[in-house]
Design a protein around this ligand. Structure first.
Ligand code: SAH
Ligand code: SF4
Length: 344
C-alpha cells in the first residue's frame, strides 16, 4: 500500500488515522504540531517514543523538500530557491523583502499545462501537482534558511493553483493555522490565469485571500495569442466571474498585466482595458514582461511602462507598476528550473 502524505492532513484526519492504528488522540496532536513546524522526518519528533516514530514510517511519508540551489540578489534582499522534491522533481520559490515584512512566492505545480506563450513555467507542460505540504515546505524552508518570519505569501510561482484545486484549498487551510506558520488568509494572494470554474469554487469557500487574475490583454484577439486558456474561458466569461466574485466576497480583485512591447501596450489597448474594468472593485498591476529565451517578446522600457500606467490611472483605473525584485537572479518563475533542466 502506498504511504500516506501525513504532512498534508488536518488534525482531524491524523486523529482518525491514529485511532485506526490504536494510538491516542494526544499523539496525533503532537505529530500535527511537529508537522506544522515544517519537520522533514519523524525522527525530529523528539517527544514521541522511538518505536512509534519507527512504526509511523511504515504507514506515512513526510514529503519534505531540499534546497538544490540558492541565489541571492546583489541589488536587493531577494533570494531565489530551486527546491528538490522527494521524487527528484524541481520547483522554485522566491523570498522577497518589503517594508511590511517578508513575502514568499511559492509554486503550486511542477510545470504547468496552461502553456501561456510568455511564461517559462509552461514550457515543458505539467509534470505533477504539488501536495499541500510541499507548498507549505517552500515557506518553512525559506523562513528557516534565513531565520525570519514570513508574513505574506503569493501563489505566483510555477503552476496554476486553481488547476490543483484540492491541494490549494488544503494548503490555505493549513498555512493559516496558528499551530504552524499562522499566516492570515488576508496576507495570501492566489493567482490564476483564468480557470473560471475554479474561481466559482473558490468563492464558495469564502477565504479572505486576494484573488489575482493574470489578464494580460484587453481583448480576446490579443489574449488568444498569449494564453491558450482564453479559448476555453474568454475575457467576457472571465470578467463576469470576477464581477460575481466581487459581489459574493466583497473583496477587491487584482489584475496582473505583463506589458509586452508591441503586443498589449498601445493607447488603444489602454482605452479598451479601462472601458472593460471601469466600475469594478479592482486594482491593476503592471509587470514589465520578463523576456524568456524561447519566445521573442520584449519588455517595453521604463518610460513606456510609466506611460501605460499613467494612461490607465487617467482613465480611472487604480494602477501601479510592480517593483522589479531580484532582476539579476532571474527571479521570474520557471526560469531557474528551465536552466537546471537544460543543463542536465
Ligand atoms: N498560473 C498562475 C500563477 C503563476 S504565474 C497565473 O498565471 O496567474 C504568476 C504571474 O507571473 C502571472 O501573472 C503570470 O502571468 C506572470 N508571468 C509569467 N511569465 C512571465 C514573464 N515572462 N514576464 C512577466 N510576468 C510573467
Ligand atoms: Fe501556467 Fe501561469 Fe505560466 Fe500561464 S502564466 S503557463 S498559467 S504558470
Amino acid at each position: 500500500m502506498p504511504k500516506k502524505d501525513i504532512g498534508s492532513m488536518t488534525l482531524k484526519e491524523i486523529e482518525n488515522e491514529f485511532s485506526s492504528l490504536g494510538q491516542p488522540k494526544y499523539r496525533a496532536k503532537q505529530v500535527y504540531q511537529w508537522l506544522r513546524k515544517g519537520v522533514s522526518s519523524f525522527d525530529e519528533m523528539s517527544n514521541l517514543p522511538k518505536t512509534l516514530r519507527e512504526s509511523l514510517c511504515n504507514f506515512f511519508d513526510i514529503r519534505s523538500i531540499k534546497i538544490k540551489k540558492r541565489l541571492e540578489s546583489r541589488v536587493d534582499d531577494t533570494v531565489k530557491y530551486l527546491y528538490e522534491l522527494y521524487d527528484g522533481e524541481y520547483v522554485e520559490s522566491v523570498l522577497m523583502k518589503y517594508h511590511h515584512g517578508y513575502t514568499v512566492c511559492i509554486s503550486s505545480q511542477v510545470g504547468c499545462r496552461m502553456g501561456c506563450s510568455f511564461c517559462a513555467s509552461g514550457l515543458y507542460g505539467l509534470t505533477r501537482n504539488l501536495t499541500a505540504y510541499e507548498m507549505l515546505a517552500q515557506i518553512h524552508t525559506a523562513a528557516k534558511d534565513n531565520n525570519i518570519r514570513v508574513s505574506n505569501v503569493v501563489m505566483m510561482g510555477m503552476g496554476e493553483p486553481l488547476d490543483n484545486f484540492e491541494n490549494t484549498v488544503r494548503f490555505l487551510q493549513l498555512v493559516s493555522d496558528g499551530e504552524g506558520l499562522g499566516i492570515g488568509l488576508r496576507h495570501i494572494s492566489v493567482s490564476t490565469s483564468g480557470v473560471v470554474p475554479g474561481i466559482y469554487k473558490l468563492m464558495e469557500y469564502g477565504f479572505p485571500v486576494t484573488l489575482s487574475i493574470s489578464l494580460h490583454a484587453p481583448t480576446d484577439e490579443i489574449r488568444d495569442k498569449m494564453m491558450k486558456i482564453n479559448k476555453a474561458y474568454n475575457t467576457e466569461t472571465l470578467l463576469k466571474a470576477c464581477r460575481d466574485y466581487i459581489a459574493k466576497t466583497g473583496r477587491r480583485i487584482s489584475f496582473e498585466y505583463a506589458l509586452i512591447d508591441g503586443v498589449n501596450n498601445s493607447t488603444e489597448c489602454a482605452d479598451i482595458l479601462a472601458h472593460r474594468l471601469k466600475g469594478m472593485l479592482c486594482h491593476l498591476n503592471l509587470i514589465p514582461a520578463n523576456p524568456v529565451r524561447e519566445n521573442d517578446y520584449s519588455r517595453p522600457d521604463d518610460k513606456e511602462v510609466k506611460r501605460f500606467c499613467d494612461m490607465m490611472n487617467q482613465r480611472g483605473i487604480n494602477t501601479t507598476i510592480r517593483r522589479t525584485l531580484g532582476a539579476d537572479i532571474d527571479a521570474s518563475c520557471g526560469q531557474l528550473r528551465k536552466q537546471h533542466l537544460n543543463q542536465q
